[in-house]
Design a binder for this molecule. Structure first.
Ligand code: SF4
Length: 258
């Protein structure tokens, strides 16, 4: 079963990584729209066609909904830890993303200056300077890196053909450390191929990549809800702690979420 968000502004919800978070969905409400099609995506399988831009909410509608919710929360003295762009796909695909971030910063400063702004992104749009600049301007710039080898990256995330792991890492390096890496660990089978980013070789390759990118820290976790590929296996908390210990021994700061 897929989990889709039906509102532009939702919550606040309790999030295992972000505390109390007010969510913003810039994508369509009835299906996932993303540049990746990750085998573990909680939104299920999605669409990538650019024609679907027509179904995206306007900047004005998003900002009006956000202002109304922030005003309500502020009046009742309920201040979330974060305002987070997540939802039914990749938020940076929205053509108005950079200006929406600008508006969100203005509203946050007005209604709840202590609240962080976060984006959960797959980093596929970092080639656009305005997306790069918008992500640099927020407190929680959380970019996905689920694999340290090209083969596993393609199997887990199913990115567009133009986007290799090398390009992705080069773009992440341009953030000059102003980012947080988010990585899922899992095992399973898809299209008769074994997928496992927890093997020694895969974990070492992932650590090398994270070190190259030099983030503030890496968030690691495993599957939490149902996934479109039903053979995927959740990696236990102790095993995640083991991966974190290996990374920390090589100078990478890691936070583990069970
Ligand atoms: S990048 Fe995120 S939204 Fe897109 S397919 Fe992967 S998990 Fe789903």
């Amino acid at each position: 079963m897929s989990l889709l968000f039906h509102e532009m502004v939702f919550g606040p919800v309790k999030s295992r990584r972000l505390g109390v978070s007010l969510g913003i969905n810039l994508l369509p409400s009835s299906y996932k729209y993303c540049s990746f099609d990750c085998i573990y995506c909680e939104c299920g399988w999605g669409r990538r066609s650019h024609k679907d831009n027509e179904a995206l909410p306007s900047r004005e509608a998003v900002i009006a909904a956000l202002e109304s919710r922030l005003a309500e929360l502020s009046a009742s003295r309920h201040f979330p830890d974060a305002i987070t762009f997540a939802g039914n796909g990749e938020p940076t695909i929205h053509p108005g993303f950079a200006r929406i971030i600008e508006d969100t910063r203005r509203l946050r400063d007005q209604y709840m200056p202590e609240t962080a702004i976060g984006v959960l992104s797959n980093a596929s749009m970092l080639h656009k300077p305005e997306v790069m600049d918008a992500l640099r301007s927020i407190e929680l710039n959380m970019l996905k890196l689920d694999a340290g080898t090209e083969e596993t990256f393609r199997r887990i995330n199913q990115p567009p053909s133009r986007l290799t792991l090398e390009i992705l890492l080069d773009q992440m390096k341009q953030m000059e450390g102003n980012l947080i890496i988010q990585s899922i660990f899992l095992r399973g089978e898809y299209q008769e191929k074994r997928i496992d980013n927890t093997s020694d070789a895969e974990v070492e390759a992932w650590i090398r990549c994270v070190k190259e990118v030099n983030p503030q820290y890496a968030m690691i976790y495993s599957i939490d809800r149902s996934t479109p590929v039903d053979t995927l296996e959740k990696v236990g908390f102790d095993e995640l702690l083991g991966i974190a210990a290996r990374a920390e021994a090589q100078g990478v700061r890691v936070k583990v979420y069970g």
